[in-house]
Design a protein around this ligand. Structure first.
Ligand SMILES: *[C@@H]1O[C@H](CO)[C@@H](O)[C@H](O)[C@H]1NC(C)=O
Ligand SMILES: *[C@@H]1O[C@H](CO)[C@@H](O)[C@H](O)[C@H]1NC(C)=O
Ligand SMILES: *[C@@H]1O[C@H](CO)[C@@H](O)[C@H](O)[C@H]1NC(C)=O
Ligand SMILES: *[C@@H]1O[C@H](CO)[C@@H](O)[C@H](O)[C@H]1NC(C)=O
Ligand SMILES: *[C@@H]1O[C@H](CO)[C@@H](O)[C@H](O)[C@H]1NC(C)=O
Ligand SMILES: *[C@@H]1O[C@H](CO)[C@@H](O)[C@H](O)[C@H]1NC(C)=O
Ligand SMILES: *[C@@H]1O[C@H](CO)[C@@H](O)[C@H](O)[C@H]1NC(C)=O
Ligand SMILES: *[C@@H]1O[C@H](CO)[C@@H](O)[C@H](O)[C@H]1NC(C)=O
Length: 445
């Protein structure tokens, strides 16, 4: 009993530290780094290129994209911007003739949309604020703009770094540190024959925490197997409850004649999902089906279903933890990359769609799903269908945790009782219970 308790408290500590701090054990170095490179001193300030690097393995920024804010240290103004703009100009009444682009003490910047005229573009700009994750597409894991700052210092001794950086995507979740002056960036010309360098560079690092994002779950997992007819559905009310009395219109039936008007109804422009009515009410469900047992291999089918009528998930990704990923033999119709945070454990995989084929998970409806099959080679020393071993340990969709069914509900092997299942994965019920407890505590709903 005592060892059980210490076990429990270890899990509790582990779980709480994972949830409350911006530390993600599957992507321990994941961060977004914002770099300012001063390229020129001007009459009253400087010209800088600001680059946003997404160093997160599997968390991308999807439409409608990032917004970046900060507070000027003194009375700086933005004369001009290329590749991005501030959302508000602010009060520029102290200027005559030449009016700055923005005079706010705390400007908020957004990316421009693709297709903007070339004379307003800079390299890596104008993607509507969409930034890929590092593992999925490192070339597009970068966003940049150019800024001309006035009423600022004009030497590296007098310039002051901006403060209080705020990165939204567009919701909360990121915490940014202070800007640190670092070694000036070097740039190599295209022909590789000359290197230039910034006059001054500073970096800001922002990290993500799902806890700060204060999101209720957005994704759940259902399970089935060839050896048992039971389909274990997502836990009821994972992402909300169907309640016609207190929240009418919280979901729509797939065959409702009012579907079209509901999709275009109130809340269309907000980010609120409009979900199809299900017992779990999640916008996303990941289904893991143990399909075939061969002599030396076993085969799994993974299906991701979109129940959100208001969202096409572009560049979606899945992260799945299962001990057999170290012997994944073949994966059909998804891209695959092993995430190996610890060199000894190789049990976590990132899966995402193939460009132009299934990298867009369409809105809810007949084409609102993507699927793949995975072929694993059995390692005789660990492989078993007993005790739920063949089901995943953890699943993330777009970096957010997907809620698993409780292990005592997993499909049993014929002749196996639930007690044999219950013994093993203590972590799973604990996380579910803790998640429920935390959501109650912090009033997510
Ligand atoms: C941010 O991520 C990069 C790339 O993984 C890493 O080199 C850097 O140390 C990280 N920065 C911080 C402050 O964690
Ligand atoms: C400022 O520039 C001088 C040389 O012009 C250099 O020695 C010094 O390290 C620079 N300081 C910073 C903070 O970049
Ligand atoms: C600053 O950020 C850039 C871009 O991510 C990176 O190459 C550089 O190493 C960083 N510098 C420090 C000191 O972290
Ligand atoms: C809510 O309404 C729908 C259709 O109007 C109905 O099918 C469903 O059973 C109702 N749910 C509850 C919990 O009353
Ligand atoms: C999803 O994409 C399809 C095809 O590009 C488009 O017709 C539809 O309006 C999009 N739906 C949403 C919610 O953006
Ligand atoms: C992890 O597994 C993948 C796929 O089987 C393999 O390509 C990769 O080399 C493995 N990495 C380590 C560190 O064992
Ligand atoms: C599975 O992978 C592990 C680690 O890569 C390796 O030691 C083992 O031999 C593999 N098992 C089989 C059956 O291929
Ligand atoms: C299938 O698994 C369920 C638990 O999810 C169990 O109640 C049922 O008895 C199992 N069926 C067989 C044939 O073992």
């Amino acid at each position: 009993m005592e060892s059980r308790l210490t076990h429990l408290s270890t899990f509790l500590l582990l779980f709480l530290s994972i949830t409350t701090e911006a530390y993600d054990s599957l992507d321990p170095n994941g961060n977004i780094t914002i770099k300012w490179d001063i390229k020129e001193w001007t009459a009253d300030g400087y010209l800088a290129v600001v680059s946003i690097y997404n160093y997160q393995q599997y968390r991308h920024i999807q439409a409608p994209g990032w917004t970046l804010g900060w507070t000027w240290a003194r009375k700086e103004v933005i004369w001009e911007m290329m590749g991005a703009q501030t959302t508000e100009q602010g009060d520029c009444s102290r200027f005559k003739g030449n009016i700055p682009h923005c005079c706010k003490k705390d400007p908020t910047v957004v990316d421009l949309l693709p297709g903007i005229p070339y004379n307003k573009q800079v390299a890596n700009c104008c993607k509507g604020g969409v930034v890929s994750s590092w593992a999925q597409d490192p070339v597009n894991a970068l966003s940049a703009f150019q800024i001309s700052v006035g009423s600022a210092g004009t030497t590296n001794k007098t310039v002051r770094v901006p403060k209080n950086f705020v990165l939204k995507t567009p919701g909360p979740g990121y915490t940014c540190g202070i800007a640190k002056i670092v070694k000036p960036s070097k740039f190599i010309t295209k022909d590789g024959r000359r290197t230039t360098q910034a006059l001054m560079t500073w970096n800001v690092t922002c990290t993500y925490s799902q806890f700060l994002a204060q999101r209720s779950p957005t994704c759940c997992v259902s399970l089935s197997s060839f050896y048992n007819d039971t389909i274990v559905n997502c836990p009821t009310c994972t992402c909300g409850c169907q309640n016609n009395l207190t929240r009418p219109g919280s979901c729509v039936e797939g065959d409702s004649p009012y579907l079209a008007s509901a999709i275009n109804g109130p809340g269309k422009s907000s980010l609120m999902p409009l979900v199809q009515c299900t017992s779990h009410m999640c916008p996303i469900r990941v289904h893991w089906h143990i399909k075939i047992n061969y002599r030396e291999y076993w085969r799994v089918k993974v299906t991701v279903t979109n129940f959100n009528y208001r969202m096409n998930y572009s560049q979606w990704n899945l992260v799945i933890q299962h001990p057999n990923f170290d012997n994944l033999t073949t994966i059909f119709s998804f891209n695959y990359k092993s995430l190996t945070p610890y060199s000894v454990i190789n049990d976590t995989a990132m899966l995402w769609g193939i460009k132009y084929y299934n990298d867009l998970l369409m809105e809810a409806g007949s084409s609102g799903n993507v699927q793949s099959e995975l072929l694993f080679r059995k390692d005789p020393s660990t492989f078993t269908f007993q005790k739920g071993w063949a089901f995943p340990r953890r699943v993330y969709f777009n970096g957010d945790n997907c809620v698993m069914p409780p292990p005592d509900a997993y499909p049993w092997l014929p002749n196996a009782g639930p007690t044999t299942i219950l013994r093993r994965p203590l972590l799973l019920p604990m996380t579910t219970i803790l998640w429920a407890a935390l959501t109650c505590l912090f009033g997510y709903f």
